[in-house]
Design a protein around this ligand. Structure first.
Ligand SMILES: [Zn+2]
Length: 226
């Protein structure tokens, strides 16, 4: 409703290519939608995100919506979402991903969606966590509940730049904190993030969640870099 009214006043543009959008479409024009680097979401057994996390995280299912390409359309979209305050891009990407992935049984037994938390400090500066909007977009299509507050990312002060890889990983691991173990006991959780590159953040978050009794975990990211 609000978006419709807003669009009457301000002409819509595509955040992937910068051209004007006509019609009912939100945030991404028809051409760009067609040209996103879609992954074959039916390849649950051998997709790039599964390969990235094998041996690192125990998961039920894992998939990504698109391949992340430097200077590609997805980079423009995620830049608008994270650094330009265009939260609606998160909703639209979440909806598009859920529509595409929802043509399989991927969402069938998921109980709760958890957007990967960002530092409270970062969230304060940015004003929001971009993954919340992606989760909300997924919820708009699937109607699966979202948990925003059972796990948080703690602030850390030590500089990571001079540490070696293993120490850096340890450092990241210690930054996620479970606040509510009971609520998630025995649930199948879908952990959602915008883009995955090394996977260390997602791995650290997943490792904390897996301390919960009987928890099952699946992973979904909008984009994966490989
Ligand atoms: Zn476009």
């Amino acid at each position: 409703m609000f978006r419709a009214l807003f669009n009457l006043i301000y002409p819509k543009i595509c955040y992937a290519c910068g051209e004007a959008i006509n019609g009912e479409l939100q945030d991404i024009c028809v051409t760009c939608r067609a040209e996103l680097a879609y992954l074959n979401i039916r390849e649950f057994q051998n997709n790039p995100i599964q390969q990235l996390f094998w041996g690192r995280v125990e998961f039920e299912k894992a998939t990504a919506f698109t391949k992340f390409e430097k200077k590609g359309k997805m980079q423009h979209l995620l830049h608008a979402l994270k650094y330009k305050g265009i939260k609606d891009v998160g909703l639209t990407l979440g909806e598009l991903a859920a529509l595409e992935i929802g043509t399989t049984d991927f969402f069938n037994d998921i109980d709760v969606i958890i957007p990967v938390p960002i530092h409270a400090k970062k969230q304060k500066t940015r004003g929001y966590n971009q993954s919340h909007y992606i989760a909300q977009g997924i919820q708009n299509i699937t109607e699966i509940a979202i948990d925003f507050d059972s796990i948080v990312k703690e602030q850390h002060t030590s500089s990571q730049t001079r540490k070696r890889r293993f120490e850096r990983y340890e450092n990241v691991t210690n930054t996620f904190n479970l606040l509510n173990k009971n609520k998630l006991k025995g649930k199948h959780i879908l952990l959602v993030d915008d883009v995955v590159t090394t996977g260390s953040t997602l791995e650290a978050c997943a490792t904390q969640l897996q301390k919960i009794e009987g928890l099952k975990l699946s992973l979904l990211t909008i984009s994966v870099s490989y």
